[in-house]
Design a protein around this ligand. Sequence first.
Ligand code: AQP
Length: 339
Amino acid sequence: MEQTQKKPRVFSGIQPTGSFTLGNYVGAVRNWPALQDAYDCIYSVVDLHAITVRQNPADLRRQSREAAAMLLATGIRPDKSIIFIQSHVPAHTQLSWVLGCFCPFGDLTRMHQFKEKSKKHPEDINGGLLTYPVLMAADILLYATDLVPIGIDQKQHLELARNIAQRFNGLYGDTFVVPDGYFPTVGAKVMSLQEPDKKMSKSDANANAVVHMLDEPDTILRKFKRAITDSEGTVRAGADKPGVTNLMSIYSVMTGKTFEEIQREFDGQGYGVFKEAVAGSVIDTFRPIQAEYRRLLADRAYLDGVLADGGAAAARLASRMLSKVYRKVGFVAPDALAH
Ligand code: AQP
């Protein structure tokens, strides 16, 4: 690993709950490879988080490897960054327990995601759904993380992690780094193509609302053609035009063009031409990633090797922080026993 202790640390994770969406890509994953030269990066497939919603075991196993392959396909390099499966490092759940004892119950019931997911899954409002942000705090704080590249929907959870770190540090002295968020300036929240006031979500029941990173080009084109816009017919951004603004954000991220440039480019043209251009930019971005993903997924030995090495490297780092925390709260260290 090309890692020096001098570089600030980045940590982020993604749930293996299905194929990644354009929202996952634009809001988070796209930034992860970009950070790996300037930062010491750790990226995790967070399977422990995934079971807060009922998962089919065989699917979860398959999706965990698929998620890792997709992260590598987007450009994460195992010789530069650590990539691992969360459940391979028990320190995440061990620290989570400790942190849970420093997190007021009311803070957890206030979380937007808990409220939304409780509504979405009324038949299974389980404890994991409530304590999800504590586990996320453990994920981040375990590695003395400086920066967390995430979409804006995770901002509240990051705030909670910061609060827990500050509370613990206040009681026991400097232990955790208080992490900052890293949010994209454009595309921090990609909206549904069918209901542009709602986040684009993996689990949306309406297939046309979500573009997946593995969608075929004609599927991507069809979804964008059907995207909800408005009756004005002018490509410009504004609070009164959530559908068009969302498409402009996507196009801006894919092409690097500013909103002004995009507005000029489609001046006097209808939404049809604009939507085709947006779809084309997404298809062009995803095509090489899809090819690399398929290549990696076919090489199981390589993929599993990367994950085994990543898990071991993450476990080494994590155990240092866990021992420190255990010592601070007053647990007897096993090697301190006189026997
Ligand atoms: N629409 C989005 N726009 C911008 N960023 C997004 N992220 C997710 N959706 C958007 C960011 O992607 C990272 C990984 O997210 P996750 O693992 O929490 O997965 P998810 O797709 O949000 O969620 P679920 O719970 O699997 O599915 P749903 O939402 O369908 O119930 C995060 O950094 C997130 O901010």
